[in-house]
Design a protein around this ligand. Structure first.
Ligand SMILES: [Zn+2]
Length: 79
């Protein structure tokens, strides 16, 4: 492991994968508590709910904008 020249500002965000509310609607990632601002956010997860990975946090004004890695949890664990 060598130190990286670029500072990555990625942190983990617990996220709940939520099925479509409507037929043919998109799956959603619900982040109950954003690691940066503490608010609830949603991100699209695609039609199959298989789009995961990282998302840019749109709630901060810092530059470059930080991102978080979607960490799947169940609603029971959301506390
Ligand atoms: Zn936020």
């Amino acid at each position: 492991m060598t130190p990286s020249a670029t500072i990555t500002r990625t942190t983990e965000a617990p996220a709940i994968l939520t099925p479509p509310r409507r037929r043919n609607g998109p799956w959603l990632w619900i982040i109950p508590s954003c690691p940066f601002c503490g608010s609830r956010h949603t991100h699209g997860a695609g039609r199959d709910g298989n789009r995961s990975g990282s998302r840019v946090a749109h709630c901060t004004t810092s530059s470059p904008k930080p991102s978080y890695r979607l960490t799947p949890i169940t609603e029971a664990n959301a506390a």
